[in-house]
Design a protein around this ligand. Sequence first.
Ligand code: FES
Length: 159
Amino acid sequence: MKKEVSTGNIEKIIEKWKGKKGSLIMALHELQHLYGYIPQKGAEKMSTALRIPLSQIYEVITFYNLFKLKEPGKNTIAVCMGTACYLKGAPELLNELKVLLKVEEGGTTKDGLFNLDVVRCLGCCGLAPVMTINGEIFGKLKKGEIKDILAKYKKKEQK
Ligand code: FES
């Protein structure tokens, strides 16, 4: 379920880190952990409370690519582009996913159901090419199978 961004939660995080070393980074981490991304409201509140210009906060967020500015999709798809998977056809799988979901790498589908990420080696190269959805592994994948896998996840959401 989508988490409403609450002022109270943001204030609690700021209070916890205010005045401590590395407060901005730590507070941003905690905020992202809570919501899965950095909501604009959170960045603005931090700017006021920590007396750091908003532009500087956004510089930090964009510098560290682990911080996300957009709310992630409900299901995270990770396609492995490590060597073994790459050689066994991962680029074609990725392309198929991009077409089916109408998103680019790092993007979220319009309906908010899926996020498409690319990772390097998931540690199960024997199953190449590999993709995971929310950590569930799909190995020895063939192009035609992706549609059915996505359909299962879509169905789950409709329940
Ligand atoms: S290269 Fe894909 S799991 Fe190792």
